[in-house]
Design a protein. Structure first.
Length: 413
């Protein structure tokens, strides 16, 4: 009976992640299922999720004291509708964030890290296969026909999102437990790289390359029990983030010497966002209010381009978070992020298990991926789910029982 219940739980996680990926809505676009049915599935998942969190509320509440900054940030995000110029829009998006947080909480408290990696890999592989089917069978839906004609977008609706998810997929298959067959691990990894290439997302290719280099460094560098090791790794992460921008936009940077290179217009967006942030620095404008339909702030960004085109987001996760919930929200996120980064770093160095590199890899991926795209709390997405899951998992009580190699140890992951 327990095995059957566990199987049902695993199926719920996969279905839930697919819903948060947004992949189920493609089924309505290709005529497989009416949009109303997909919406019903989404809200059914929400209802089940709330029920499950109530049932297992005791184990979930036990995580509060170890993740105060995460919970405060989530609460601040929800309450931001109070000062938003578009309260209904903000409240709708904040509800999505609450659901993503609850999903991450349930995932982290009910499944071990090894089980998490397996389920994430399975879900991303299914999404990759569906992306291939949609791109080949329904090219008008799965392949870009306009600005980036020929670029695959699969079930994700945008080529950069497909590329980003395949970076995450390649990382997950790289971190799969060794008990999984080598054929499965290498097929998933290679398949992810192929789809990444078909997406033509330069940022994804650069992030994937740098991420693999960082992980190889983490896996082979010895823990010496010194604070300098942590600081050194944070420096490497910062260096990798800078490298993402340089390697992705090297042509613009070179041709832009002597004037301000725009990184395909991103610097215009960022200039306006920073200026507006300084007008309401503490708590920002409310979740996603900056980019709400008919938002005067978004229109002002469009005017910076001298165009009627209005960007859908700020193309920078930290800046978007800042204009959403201000410097207070940004500070809470950074406290949560770097606390978890250190915990993940120690766990990766202290273990020979391949899955123990996944939290550190994901945090590195999240930092690099949010430099030129917005993949934190922006609308319906899985990134906040995975972040919440990693934060909670790394703060579990068994984390205290990890014995780190001493300075003289020859232990290498």
């Amino acid at each position: 009976m327990n095995k059957i219940y566990r199987l049902i739980e695993s199926f719920f996680i996969i279905l839930g992640l697919m819903s948060f990926f947004g992949t189920l809505y493609v089924l309505s676009e290709i005529g497989v299922a009416p949009k109303g049915v997909i919406t019903l599935i989404k809200y059914s998942i929400w209802l089940i999720l709330i029920s499950l969190n109530c049932i297992f509320g005791k184990s979930i509440m036990s995580t509060v004291s170890r993740n105060i900054s995460l919970y405060l940030l989530t609460a601040l995000t929800f309450l931001s509708f109070l000062w938003s110029k578009f309260p209904d829009f903000t409240l709708s998006n904040a509800t999505e964030v609450i659901m993503m947080t609850l999903f991450g909480l349930y995932f982290a408290t009910r499944f071990s890290l090894k089980e998490q990696v397996k389920l994430v890999a399975c879900t991303l592989l299914i999404a990759g296969v569906l992306s291939t089917i949609v791109a080949l069978g329904f090219p008008l839906v799965g392949i870009d026909q306009e600005a980036h004609a020929g670029a695959w977008k699969g079930v994700y609706g945008q080529k950069n999102v497909l590329g980003s998810m395949m970076v995450l997929s390649s990382l997950t298959f790289f971190a799969l437990p060794k008990e999984n067959s080598a054929l499965y691990r290498w097929f998933g990894f290679t398949f992810s790289l192929v789809l990444m290439l078909l997406s033509t997302s330069k940022t994804s290719l650069v992030v994937s390359f740098l991420l693999m280099l960082i992980i190889m460094f983490y896996k082979n560098f010895k823990w010496q029990g010194k604070i300098s090791v942590i600081l050194g790794n944070i420096f490497i992460l910062i260096l990798a983030c800078v490298a993402v921008v340089v390697l992705t936009y090297w042509i613009e940077l070179i041709t832009g010497l002597g004037r301000d290179p725009s990184l395909t217009g991103r610097t215009f967006i960022w200039d306006v966002m920073i200026a507006k942030l300084m007008e309401q620095p503490l708590f920002g404008y409310g979740l996603n209010a900056f980019w709400a339909p008919n938002s005067p702030y978004a229109i002002e960004v469009g005017q910076a381009f001298r165009s009627t085109w209005i960007p859908p987001n700020g193309h920078n996760g930290l800046l978007d978070l800042s204009v959403d919930v201000g410097l207070v929200g940004l500070a809470l996120f950074l406290i949560s992020y770097f606390t978890t980064f250190v915990r993940s770093l120690k766990r990766a160095y202290a273990s020979k298990n391949s899955e123990d590199i996944w939290p550190l890899g994901y945090l590195s991926f999240l930092a690099m991926n949010n430099l030129t795209e917005s993949y934190l709390m922006h609308q319906h997405n899985p990134y906040w789910i995975f972040y919440t899951t990693v934060v909670i998992t790394m703060s579990q009580t068994n984390q205290r029982n990890i014995k780190f190699p001493k300075r003289t140890s020859s232990h290498v992951i």
